[in-house]
Design a protein around this ligand. Structure first.
Ligand code: ADP
Ligand code: ADP
Ligand code: ZN
Length: 217
């Protein structure tokens, strides 16, 4: 299956992605994770991306589109993929349309996770990420069994630099102005799957699998 996870920052894309890729056995391609890894490795791309990420702005399209295009050509993407956090504006979506056309493949579904803004700021500021495997936790909604330690890999948890109240608000603005038009873009293509993300993680996942199992038939 070739899927996109769409939704505002903090909607639970990463949380659902972990489960989706396990169940459907496809690679998870998160542009945010790719940039954070590049930054940890100290690459030029990582340093360049950091300036934008810290301000809650989008990294320039030519960087992001290049990274994703190369990733989609890797052999593991032949069995499908889950794009998380890409595309994030209409230009990126159009670039992806061209790439898939050229590769002679079609997207099967766009999972649109809907959560009201009021919930998102609390989700973002309480989020804790694993340094080892990138899994996300929440101080209140998904506390790790041991404080600051990842349940799955034992890695240390940290708070992202962009998960402050101020930057979270800027990111929500960017979402509404630049990313939310993608809902109409994919609705027109007839592949939009609307999911209520404002319920507990288990219920979100069962809604997602219900929709995906329909496509997989
Ligand atoms: P995204 O990748 O969309 O930014 P995450 O999956 O990292 O979002 O989730 C953001 C934060 O909200 C994390 O701390 C996560 O544990 C928490 N979270 C995810 N889904 C839910 C949910 N359904 N209810 C409450 N909290 C959630
Ligand atoms: P979240 O969904 O929690 O906001 P991500 O990890 O997807 O976070 O993204 C973090 C930051 O990385 C974004 O605020 C942006 O600066 C950058 N980024 C990630 N994906 C893209 C993209 N497709 N286009 C431009 N910038 C991106
Ligand atoms: Zn971990």
């Amino acid at each position: 299956m070739r899927l996109i996870l769409l939704g505002p920052p903090g909607a639970g894309k990463g949380t659902q992605a972990e489960r989706i890729v396990e169940k459907y056995n496809i690679p998870h391609i998160s542009t945010g994770d790719i940039f954070r890894a590049a930054l940890r490795e100290g690459t030029e791309m990582g340093l360049k991306a950091k300036g934008y990420m810290d301000k809650g702005q989008l990294v320039p399209d030519e960087i992001v589109v290049g990274v994703v295009t190369e990733r989609l050509k890797k052999p593991d993407c032949q069995k499908g993929f889950l794009l998380d956090g890409f595309p994030r504006n209409v230009h990126q979506a159009e670039a992806l349309d061209k790439v898939t056309e050229k590769m002679d493949i079609k997207l099967d579904g766009v999972i649109n996770v809907d959560v009201p803004d009021e919930e998102l700021v609390e989700r973002l500021t309480g989020r804790r990420m694993c340094k080892g495997c990138g899994a996300s936790f929440h101080v209140k909604f998904k506390p790790p069994k041991v404080r600051n330690v990842c349940d799955s890999c034992g890695g240390e948890l940290y708070q992202r630099d962009d998960d402050t109240v101020e930057t979270a608000k800027d990111r929500l603005e960017v979402y509404h102005s630049q990313t939310s038009p993608l809902i109409a873009h994919y609705d027109k293509q007839g592949i939009l799957l609307n999911i209520n993300g404002n319920q507990d993680m288990e219920n979100v996942f069962s809604e997602v699998t219900k929709e995906l199992d329909k496509i997989a038939e």
